[in-house]
Design a protein around this ligand. Structure first.
Ligand code: ACM
Ligand code: ZN
Length: 492
């Protein structure tokens, strides 16, 4: 009897909703043929490219099955043929990713199986901070391609912060001349640079992500974390500076002046340009860690508070959030903000369509969902901060805290304290990689993997009791195949 070298069910992360291992293997080779129904032409050409199978024919077929949900798919592998079924291109792409993972892990000897699959959560994301340290487009492509193999579907691109501004805006030349310039006065890696992504690079990366059915969410920080912007345009601050692009991490008192109409004009134009560049529906407007000290001492901010009938500076932040949300709406996009946007809202409330990203634990997300907002969970207390160490050891790289593999593999975006109505508001979750102390892509890889794979499991098909850890050897193998560094130490 032929002994199967592998079982598909043992190889797949995230594990599919339903999978039956069957006898035999399908050998994928240069002569393998492929055909599709007309709506799947683009996916078929992507499949031909990755599997190097040029010929038209029925070994692999991509077929329409109308009653499947958007990201759902069915995949059948027998020793004679492979059939992928989906109702949309996204579903067909997810099927193809599953096939591609099996191909990578088995060196083209695909174990036969029957799969029916669909995700638990619609938002399955990862954020990369490219302000603190610039990461190359080539590396971001490698990450996006890898993420797509694991059915992740949101890349949140943190493009501006105190330490650097990385998105070009026409008519604002000092962003490139000043705000993009890293300063390196302290004893770190000694590198200085002033790099922004170009529009061409951004569009190229976006097309690359879309080909893999991943949306991009650009973030510009407001009204705090803006030292680099203020260094370029000191008139946007409350004191007119001078300000500096920061070369250390922290929370800085220099923030946008809420009383200056020129700041609003800048933000309106920035959001307009960002909305034109990025075609996906969301813009992240930041909102976190904004001290209010400068506003207390600024006559213009105080005047604004008077006009708006506000008694406390924290309400001024919610005034600013509402203004910026209006600008985002004006461009036909949906705003997302860090959970601090919930504060100081007694007076003015919040636009109901603002999506809240919960990072200081889950509490902000729980509050927001009860207030009717949609929520993305990324609690730093539950394993979603990947700049944190993998384990509590002096020998490990990482910043501020610990996010263990066990935490990630036990993570669920939905907490027991939520009622059914509030649960429906939780779109999903994401991992965040801040890069204050991540100076190179290789370090980023070590911090991201295998945690990002374990998170993909919890968002696609949530497992209890850290069951996902059982497949760690497969995840290490996957990193090997994809040329990714990864952490292989203790899970706790
Ligand atoms: C954050 O980690 N400051 C959102
Ligand atoms: Zn001010």
């Amino acid at each position: 009897m032929h002994i199967k070298p592998y079982r598909a069910s043992a190889l797949l992360v995230p594990s599919p909703k339903r999978i039956t291992d069957t006898e035999g293997t399908f050998i994928l080779h240069r002569g393998t043929t492929l055909s599709c129904e007309p709506q799947f032409k683009v996916i078929a050409s992507f499949a031909r490219e990755i599997f190097s199978c040029e010929t038209e024919g029925d070994d692999i077929k991509i077929l329409l099955e109308r009653d499947l949900q958007e990201e759902a798919y069915r995949l059948s592998i027998t020793s004679e043929s492979i059939v992928l079924r989906a109702s949309t291109n996204t579903g067909a792409f997810r099927a193809l990713s599953t096939l591609r993972k099996l191909d990578l892990l088995t060196t083209h000897e695909l174990p036969c199986c029957e799969i029916e699959d669909a995700p638990d959560y619609g938002w399955r994301g990862f954020m990369i901070d490219c302000s603190r340290h610039y990461l190359s487009i080539e590396f971001l492509k490698k990450l996006i391609d890898t993420a797509s193999l694991f059915h992740l579907n949101r890349f949140h691109w943190h493009l501006t912060d105190d330490q650097g501004w990385r998105i070009p805006l026409e008519g604002w030349d000092r962003l490139e001349k000043i705000a993009a310039h890293r300063r390196q006065l302290q004893y770190t890696d000694g590198r200085t640079y002033g790099i922004m992504y170009t529009k061409e690079e951004i569009l190229d990366l976006q097309a690359y992500a879309h080909q893999r059915h991943i949306l991009i969410i650009p973030e510009i920080e407001t009204p705090g974390h803006v030292s680099s912007l203020l260094a370029a345009y000191p008139e946007f601050g409350c004191t007119a500076g001078p300000y500096e692009v920061q070369d250390r991490w922290g929370i800085f008192d220099e923030v946008l002046c809420c009383g200056n109409d020129a700041v609003l004009d800048f933000l309106r134009d920035a959001i307009k340009q960002i909305a034109a560049l990025f075609s996906d529906p969301y813009i992240h407007i930041g909102g976190d860690e904004c001290p209010h000290t400068a506003w207390e001492h600024c006559p213009k901010c105080q005047q604004r508070m008077l006009e708006a009938g506000l008694s406390e500076e924290r309400q001024l932040q919610s005034w600013m959030t509402s203004q910026i949300c209006q600008m985002v709406h004006q461009e036909g996009k949906r705003p997302i903000g860090w959970d601090e946007v919930l504060e100081g809202t007694e007076k003015l409330g919040l636009p109901p369509d603002l999506i809240v990203m919960s990072w200081r634990g889950s509490e902000g997300g729980i509050q927001a969902s009860k207030r009717g907002h949609q929520v993305i969970m990324s609690p730093n207390t539950e394993g979603c901060y990947f700049d944190y160490k993998h384990t509590d050891s002096k020998e490990e790289m990482g910043n501020l805290g610990v996010s263990t593999l066990t935490q990630v593999a036990s993570f669920s975006p939905v907490s027991d304290s939520l009622d059914e109505q509030a649960k429906k508001k939780i779109l999903g979750a994401q991992a965040n990689l801040w890069t204050e102390q991540v100076t190179s892509s290789r370090q980023a890889e070590y911090l991201l993997f295998p945690r990002l794979f374990l998170l993909s499991q919890q968002l696609w098909n949530t497992l209890d009791d850290a069951k996902g850890l059982e497949k760690l050897p497969i995840l290490y193998q996957m990193c090997e195949k994809l040329g990714l560094l990864c952490y292989k130490g203790p899970a706790t």
